[in-house]
Design a protein. Sequence first.
Lengths: 664, 119
Amino acid sequence: MVKGRGYEFAVLCLRPFCLPKDEVDAWANTDGLGDSLPVHEVRQGKGWDVAVTEEGKTLNLFPFSRRAIVYLYNNLLQENYRTPRYLLRDVVEKTVRDALWNFDNFPGFKIVNTNINSSLREAIQKTGVSNAQFERMYLFMCIWGDATTDTYQEGEFTYISGLSTQVYEDMGFPLINGKKISGKPTQTRSVSQAAGQASPSTTVVKTPAQIAAEQKLQAERAQLNESLQAIENWIAGGTINVGATTGNVVLISKAREDMCSYLYSAIDWQAEGVSMDNVDKIKKVKDRLVGFERQKRGADQMFYKLPADRETQAVIEAFLEWNVLGKRSWNFNGADRRVYRVQLWTEKVKRPLIEAITTFENREIDYFKCAMIAEFYRVILFGSSKATTVEGLKAEHILDNGIRGLGVNSHSDAWNSLLNIITRSENDKINRETVIQYCNIIQGESHAQVFLDREKFDAMVRNVKNEKLTVESSILDLVDPVKPRRDARDYLRMILERLDKVQEDELAKAAGIMATIKENFGTTDIDDEDIEDMVDKIVEFYRTAEDNKLPGKYDQELFDEVKKYSMSTSKAIKEIVAAQKTTNALDCILAFSQDPIRKVEKLEQLLKKVVVDIAKIQAELTVRKEKLGGGRNPSGSQNVFDNEKVTISECSKILARLEGQYVN
Amino acid sequence: MLIDTLNECIIDMKTVREMETASADTKKQAAADYDFKQLVLNLKQTINEVNFAVENSGFHPSANVISALKSFLGACDKVIQIGAANNDTTQYISLETKKCMLLSDKNGRNIIRKLQPIR
């Protein structure tokens, strides 16, 4: 119905609001034709848009404009309700009532604006109006006016955006500094419409490739317009389905990614005191640097929520245009203005953004501290640090000691289990990387030069040492929203939770060895000479056993080793004694960190071997003594030849008799 | 303390070794004594046979035989006086006794066999 001059019906409908009832009734009761249409005297709405009837009568359209009537008809009424009845009820009456009773806030009813022009918004903002006034003025100029900044003179009136300055005065709007043009434009159209329209047809014959390119461009610009409209709707209170991969949201989603990429590169994080390690970790998570208020998906997956306001809209539009019009560059009309806008916005969001990525749970991020504590524990547990007290720990113990494999050691099972956990899935490498990278200062675009901020690093070392490599469990239980940062926290928790068990098992293992030493030496306060004397005696024992062909292997290698390392063994025994006197897990594992048990183990092995061999030899000696008659003199009886003595005597007598009787 | 236990064990080992060394010598002597005792028994049998032959067949042993036998008895008596036999002595007497009994038989017959036809 409302096509061309179709707004005339609405104009006619306005008559009853402008004239006395009698006058209207009289006109209706006579012929009701246009020729006899009564025209009211304009008391309110002077300078507002007018309509000229076919009969040549000029009718003031206050509080409408011709554009407003057409727009409201198309946008307030659903397609099946575009009838005179609904036009009268839902457009004319609604608007007039609003103007009559709520003119200060007119237009105060909800109208979805599809005539978008960012230049017009900026022009209005430059007038310094309040946010509420801005929204009202922008809506009015887009719906009642032509949504441009065009300014021209016609007759006694100056027109801005197709509306006379009188209208702005009536509405209480300031006048924008618009773009001056020579006269009334012959055809007005919104920027969005203009963006969507193809260039005027020419007679030049185009190649299929050119036609395809043009069609593609048109499709892109149509998509851009849809996106701009979606943003406008969002500003008006709607939601935004950013993240979806269909429809007009694709470009907006892309714009959000571009905004994040831009912020990552535009902000000099290091100059702002933000570690690049933190920035790198944030880049790895699905949470985005910025997101939108009232976005449907992932409302909690962002570090900084951009408010649904005109500034955000301008920035999003800038990135939409950067992508579509500039083909991912700032090479398009009006880009300089967009760049300026984005730069202003960048400075504005920088502080809250930095705060968002450097804090969580209302406290400064502390993942680096956790990582450093964990790294110190790794260095201690692997024995890489020679320190046996917290005070002895130094920055160099971290900086100079790289990742180590498990290797052979004599620690308890719990200790080795913890070492396994520390190195599982390269957690040790990842954590160390965090510690090293956090204080690095990177220079050059391609990270060509990296310097360690030693002052900062040393300060952190002092800090964690002062806190005895511990973190309160209530703080450790806080959940850092950034997983790579949270990993450092979890890594430390995993270590701290196992320290008591490690201490317990290590002390138990040491107790066994020390019991053997005390049992055999009579004391644990032994020096290297005591050990050497013991070895000498043991060697004599085995040599004697060997001479007697008694059991017990003479292990020269073991004897030599124990004797050779008697001094370090003695020292290790003293370390174990000191460890047994510690009162907390950290001091205990520090005391055991150089694996003193391993240094004492050879001595223990020797002592155990000797004890076993003594038992065997003593048993053998008992058997052999039994064989010797229980220790009696083995030389036997002294009267062994008594019988023979008698025999010899008898034989001598026989021979004597034979000799006397018969020998010649 | 282990070092004391080691000392005790070392002394014990040395003592047993001395005892075992001594024990080994005694066994050797016992064997020599046994051989000596057999020698004395053999010598007694020889003298008894000579005596039997004299008493029953008028056989008269030579003075050398009697002297040799007396010498053998004297050597045995010395061994008895020492209280310990030695293999060398025993083997010597045993060998010499056999030689002596063959001396008087210049025709290739020993005394015992010579006497047998008479009996």
